[in-house]
Design a protein around this ligand. Sequence first.
Ligand SMILES: Cc1cc2nc3c(=O)[nH]c(=O)nc-3n(C[C@H](O)[C@H](O)[C@H](O)COP(=O)(O)OP(=O)(O)OC[C@H]3O[C@@H](n4cnc5c(N)ncnc54)[C@H](O)[C@@H]3O)c2cc1C
Length: 414
Amino acid sequence: MRRHSVFAIAREAMRDHTGWPRAWARVEPRDRYDVVIVGAGGHGLATAYYLGKNHGITDVAVVEKGWLGGGNTGRNTTIIRSNYLQDPSAAIYEKARSLYETLSQDLNYNVMFSPRGVLMLAQTHHEVRGYQRTAHANGLQGVRTEWIGPGRVKELCPIMNIEGPRYPVLGGLWQSRGGTARHDAVAWGYARACSDMGMHILQSTEVTGIETGPGGVQAVNTTRGRIACGKLGLVAAGHSSVLADMAGFRLPLESVPLQALVSEPIKPCMDIVVMANTVHGYLSQSDKGEMVIGGGTDGYAGYTQRGSFHHVEETVRALVETFPILSRLKMLRQWGGIVDVTGDRSPILSKTPVDGVFINCGWGTGGFKAIPGSGFGFAELMATGASPLCAAFGLDRFREGRFIDESVAAGVAH
Ligand SMILES: Cc1cc2nc3c(=O)[nH]c(=O)nc-3n(C[C@H](O)[C@H](O)[C@H](O)COP(=O)(O)OP(=O)(O)OC[C@H]3O[C@@H](n4cnc5c(N)ncnc54)[C@H](O)[C@@H]3O)c2cc1C
């Protein structure tokens, strides 16, 4: 694979970019791989990448029913932060955030990580207490966050109305090294690096069945034929329970649509990410100038990958109170993704009742930020049978009552 460098880009500019090879190879499926990963979203691709990079396992196929990154990875609002309350969460999200810092260099692919800072607004006294507690917990966990007052909030985000009639801004939890990255580029960068290691990325290939026997997993049946495998990783977000059903076990998950929208592009007016959980909306400005706005989940389970008007209305109405300038913007488009939500709002990274089948899911409304850490840990779990990053996130916790309650950090937003 030709590396991206200043010289390579200059050379290609001179010849109309005709010399670049395909970013990832288009291949026919083989009969068998050591490892098959279902789902070419960020988590599946990152798992494959760290299997190769950290554990030398490269006989891997990533099987994707649609196109690469076409699930939630390509539909999210790209907020990256690690200010979670519980220790296991802070560990995996901070691992991910720190890997994002150098991901462009590691992958030799610009993922546009922009650590512009993430601010979670406190607009009720309950939130003040909650975020101050999180700031103390983060201090103990080695995650750099701070509690800031309304004056500093206004300095960081001048377009904000901190004296809203219903919910004045009382302060916020500030993570200066949080931010955003380009979601497609994260998927493409991992895919390119995997392909470079000889792994197969099989797009338009749906898994329709999973064959198991006394020794555990044997193969997946796909729309392009049967593929035998030694180990199988299910990394399919909103469709995780459908795949678990094929393998013969159940998951404590609900799949619900989550929506986002963008405005017409305007001149730069906001250079941080703001999450306003009380009024229920969050906001950042893209490089193109669009205001990127996230809303909430539908109140019912569903597999419809699209937005709905009542959410647009509710989200914009809530945000206009805190960001009055939004009232003059036109909204350009809206979309939805199917997110997989657990009862404690924490992910599942686990072995399963079927030998050789591993599951990575339950990232719900907030898994984009976790992609590098999740891939790092899940690859270790698949390769060696155990991973310190994943240990607390096993399926057993739902039977044993060891919940990792992140409903404050993750229940509403991202
Ligand atoms: C509107 C919205 C906003 C969000 N905002 C944020 C945010 O700001 N920050 C944040 O951290 N997170 C956010 N998230 C959550 C985040 O997008 C997800 O947690 C994350 O992208 C999940 O990645 P994944 O790789 O697990 O899943 P996906 O990217 O969904 O990948 C799973 C893949 O599995 C494939 N698949 C499913 N079934 C099969 C099958 N039978 N055979 C083959 N392939 C199959 C799907 O086609 C899909 O491509 C948001 C999500 C949405 C929808």
